[in-house]
Design a protein around this ligand. Structure first.
Ligand code: ACM
Length: 262
């Protein structure tokens, strides 16, 4: 069995060190193999524009935030999937990092930018892929990627056992839809959403909380409240995400007919 979970909280916009302290304090005694954090948990979400984003992004390879998180991974024997405002040369990506005792073990850059994100982030430029965590295949997607079934499907086809889904959700129906992603791909999914709200020049964003861990077949293992700060860990059986049979004669991946699809 593998212990997977998430930390749901309300990051404070622009306060990278304070948000890091909140995360390190919440996870200091954690007993888990993998914890997923929300999208952009250090910077917050509602940038006024590219200039403000540039002032808050970091190169993960030179980031003190990443150094502290990797230390936590070493002391707790833990892996983390965290959202991250990534600076890469002249580009800024809304990224997810897989961190472990060895350092940065995987990187994903959000492919499908949501609404105003399109005005200041660069769209992701890395192919969807999975990363090994002690023999378990980790797939990463970020928030609005949920509305494109191709993302979860591609990660499942690449062998993902667990979809790790840092999020800053403002629409109310993602959590329900992620249960379908778990049904159609027979994978686990951990959606780590944030709580609270943020105001910026174009209005206020209210985030929907209700982070969840879902099982192959779409069963909710645990779902948090809309506003609670919460760490939750559950034991999952990876063998369940490796059996793709719906009936004796139906395998959700092997039965596909891609020659007929766009
Ligand atoms: C979102 O993609 N943060 C809604």
């Amino acid at each position: 069995m593998v212990k997977v979970g998430y930390f749901q909280f309300a990051p404070v916009f622009g306060e990278i060190e304070e948000n890091l302290r909140t995360i390190l304090s919440a996870l200091k005694d954690i007993d888990a193999d993998l914890i997923v954090l929300p999208e952009l948990p250090f910077t917050g979400y509602g940038f006024s524009g590219r200039e403000e984003l540039l002032s808050l992004t970091e190169d993960p390879d030179e980031s003190g935030t990443v150094v502290e998180l990797v230390k936590l991974c070493r002391t707790q024997g833990l892996h983390l999937v965290t959202g991250f405002a990534e600076k890469a040369g002249e580009k800024c990506y809304n990224s997810a990092l897989l961190l472990g005792p060895a350092g940065i073990e995987g990187r994903y850059r959000k492919l499908h930018l949501f609404d105003r994100e399109k005005t200041y982030f660069d769209p992701g430029d890395l192919p969807l892929d999975v990363f090994d965590m002690d023999g378990i295949s980790i797939g990463m997607m970020v928030c609005f990627d949920w509305i494109f079934p191709e993302v979860a499907r591609t990660l499942a086809l690449r062998g993902a056992d667990i979809l790790c889904h840092p999020a800053n959700l403002v629409l109310s129906y993602c959590q329900q839809t992620m249960l379908s992603r778990c049904t159609e791909n027979l994978v686990y999914a951990v959606t780590a959403n944030r709580t609270g709200s943020e105001s910026h020049s174009s209005g206020t964003l209210d985030f929907t909380g209700t982070s969840q861990i879902a099982a192959p077949g779409g069963r909710i293992i645990h779902r948090s409240g809309k506003e609670t700060e919460e760490v939750h860990v559950a034991e999952v059986d990876i063998l369940q995400s490796r059996n793709k049979c719906i009936t004796e004669r139906n395998d959700v991946l092997a039965d596909r007919r891609p020659e007929f699809y766009l």
